[in-house]
Design a protein around this ligand. Structure first.
Ligand code: E4P
Length: 217
């Protein structure tokens, strides 16, 4: 499973990239606004650091506007993926952009049939949001299981990006289901490394290392 960071924060992206586990980035207008920086400045920096797919979101509500924005965003880099909301107008835009070789990521997907529609429209990626479903007492990961099953039934090659991730168990469950990608906040990615027995083990090894005579380092 690929690991994407769900952020527009360049320091977080650089850090994850240095860890060697970063496969791509997803952004949205909220994440860009949190940086407080001009959109193009932020995006160009991200595209310099990340080799993998970088999703940038359109904001128009009509297909014509989405297509125009999508073409503009695609000009910024070969790895740009245009993020389009799951609406009828959005699906029109997906068909046009994909026919021009511009990959799309259909966002704000909350039901299995919405994911199927995105795939039928030809989207390269679909982003079902798990955390926002959990937030309203639903079962976000059930959506991922169902989308995965439907895509397997019809050998659909649209990639599933598990989005709106809140904690490491979302990541584990996404991998168990066989999702293609999990996009997560930096705080979640950091937590993936953690295990109390790892910390305890390091402490013990370091204490014992002190007892070793004539150490080379
Ligand atoms: C997906 O690409 C979205 O940017 C994101 O995962 C939304 O997550 P949120 O529910 O934490 O805002």
């Amino acid at each position: 499973m690929k690991f994407f960071l769900d952020t527009a924060d360049i320091d977080q992206i650089r850090t994850a990239s240095e860890w060697g586990i970063l496969d791509g980035v997803t952004t949205n207008p909220t994440l860009v606004s949190k940086t407080g920086r001009p959109f193009l400045e932020v995006v160009k920096e991200i595209l310099k650091v990340v080799d993998g797919p970088v999703s940038l979101e359109t904001v128009s509500l009509d297909a014509e506007g989405m297509i125009k924005e999508g073409r503009m965003l695609a000009e910024l880099g070969e790895n740009v993926v245009v993020k389009i909301p799951m609406t009828p107008e959005g699906m029109k835009a997906v068909q046009v952009l994909e026919s021009e070789g511009i990959p799309t990521n259909v966002t704000l997907v909350f039901s299995p049939v919405q994911a199927l529609i995105a795939a039928k429209a030809g989207a390269s990626y679909v982003s079902p949001f798990v955390g926002r479903i959990d937030d309203i007492s639903g079962e976000g990961m059930k959506l991922i299981r169902e989308v995965k099953e439907i895509f397997l039934n019809y050998e659909i090659d649209t990639q599933i990006i598990v989005a709106s991730v809140r904690h490491p168990m979302h990541v584990v469950e996404a991998a168990l289901i066989g999702a293609d990608i999990c996009t997560m906040p930096f705080a979640v990615m950091e937590k993936l490394f953690k295990h109390p027995l790892t910390d305890k083990g390091i402490d013990l090894f370091l204490k014992d290392w002190e007892k070793v005579p004539d150490k080379p380092f």
